[in-house]
Design a protein around this ligand. Structure first.
Ligand code: DCP
Ligand code: MG
Length: 407
């Protein structure tokens, strides 16, 4: 009924944290093109341009319908000249020459391959490309010294570049829950990152761990990681203090608590067979009957085990050995309970949503937000919060649930 010239003119607020962005993207061709330009800018150390393209893509992701004509875009924020040119090309010709030739360029493809190695960023990849290295084979033969992280990344390249499914994320959740609960009963484990936003696949699995008694979480990361390791679940791990605490705010505090590791980048070794995960958990599962701690995680595992028993075949295992496990990137973050809401908000993403929240706080409210706290410069004090909802309220924003933070 609506002719092209009458098509709705869209409007929307300019910060991504003022908008609801679900996984249901009505403009995937346009947003893929703009995301590719963003990615290329980021890989070329042009972060400003990268953000501009990310913002433009995010605006289109939040639209209720597919764009059919340039006229509809008049009232929209964040669409600069370059982005508009790309959108126009795609609307008129079905594709953008600029994006097509970028996608096919040798440099872009080499950047993709090399930064696909865990531990390799844009700068390293750029240096290698200038040394004539464009492929993994060339890198292996070059004799370049690799960091421990990069060695692990190269070794598990194929697995780590295969998207992680929600089912795999759930399997890992159960393992992490059982291990964390056995190290410190009463701890809470929450899935964050893309899976919390409802994504069906991800490049890694992100967890946030805390304990309702403030202070009990100290030293937890070290214990969790060493138990996971001793049970054979880790191929690689690197524990760090949060860079914010270390570099800016409280170096003295960080070194005072000797064991305040807050973050762990790891590569999980996930058995493809759930039964095998149970065997590996050994005495941690099932929980001893009548134990003090609740066996919630254990129960879930138990139920799924009895379901999978029918398909389990010992004969198959003896025929040639296909790899019985898969490497998956897992990030663990430990947060004191008093900071948990800030950590949840800060680690759920999307990356652009986070960036826009911080920009909103600074530019519109003279506040400073990170994954530990919210500081109000006007009142000269920190604002406490025990839920994400409260933080949105402090910021003067309508609450946006995780499933609508897919900017
Ligand atoms: N995060 C951030 N800044 C960083 C790293 C992470 O703000 N430098 C936050 C936002 C991310 C979340 O942590 O959404 C998790 O980071 P990921 O890189 O794992 O991103 P996602 O989980 O959103 O996506 P993917 O599915 O690719 O893992
Ligand atoms: Mg993630």
């Amino acid at each position: 009924e609506q002719s092209d010239s009458e098509a709705a003119v869209f409007t929307m607020p300019s910060y991504a944290c003022q908008r609801r962005t679900t996984m249901d993207n009505k403009n995937p061709i346009l947003t893929d093109a703009l995301s590719l330009l963003a990615e290329n800018a980021e890989l070329s150390n042009q972060d400003g341009r990268g953000v501009a393209f990310r913002r433009a893509a995010a605006v289109l992701k939040a639209l209720p319908e597919a764009v059919t004509s340039m006229k509809q875009l008049k009232g929209l924020p964040c669409l600069g000249g370059h982005s508009q040119r790309v959108i126009k090309d795609i609307l008129e010709n079905g594709a953008s020459d600029e994006v097509q030739s970028l996608r096919q360029s040798e440099r872009y493809q080499a950047l993709k391959v090399l930064t696909g190695i865990f531990g390799v960023g844009a700068k390293t990849a750029d240096r290698w490309i200038r040394d004539g290295i464009h492929t993994l084979q060339q890198l292996r033969e070059s004799g370049h010294t690799l960091t421990r992280t990069q060695q692990a990344g190269l070794e598990h390249y194929e697995d780590l570049n295969m998207p992680v499914s929600k089912a795999e994320a759930d399997d890992i959740s159960k393992i992490v829950e059982v291990v964390v609960d056995s190290v410190l009963p009463g701890s809470q484990v929450a899935l964050t990152g893309g899976f919390r936003r409802g994504k069906q696949t991800g490049h890694d699995v992100d967890f946030l761990i805390t304990h309702p008694e403030e202070g009990k979480e100290e030293g937890l990361m070290t214990k969790v990681v060493s138990l996971l390791d001793s049970k054979g679940f880790l191929l690689y791990q690197q524990m760090t203090r949060n860079s914010y605490v270390e570099s800016e705010d409280a170096p003295a505090l960080a070194s005072f608590h000797m064991d305040r590791f807050e973050r762990c980048f790891s590569i999980f070794k996930l058995p493809k067979d759930r039964e095998e995960s149970l065997k590996q958990l050994g005495s941690l599962y099932p929980k001893p009957a009548g134990g003090v701690c609740d066996g919630r995680a254990g129960e879930v595992l138990h139920r799924e085990t009895s379901q999978s028993q029918g398909s389990h075949s010992e004969v198959q295992e003896e025929v040639k050995e296909p790899k019985s496990w898969r490497a998956i990137r897992v990030d663990l973050v430990v947060s004191p309970f008093s900071q948990f809401a800030f950590a949840q908000l800060g680690w759920t993403g999307s990356k652009l949503f986070e960036r826009e929240l911080r920009r909103w706080a600074g530019q519109e409210k003279r506040m400073s937000l990170n994954s530990h706290a919210l500081y109000d410069s006007k009142q000269g004090k920190y604002l406490q919060a025990t839920s994400e909802e409260e933080i949105f309220t402090h910021l003067g924003l309508e609450f946006i649930p995780p499933s609508e933070r897919n900017a």
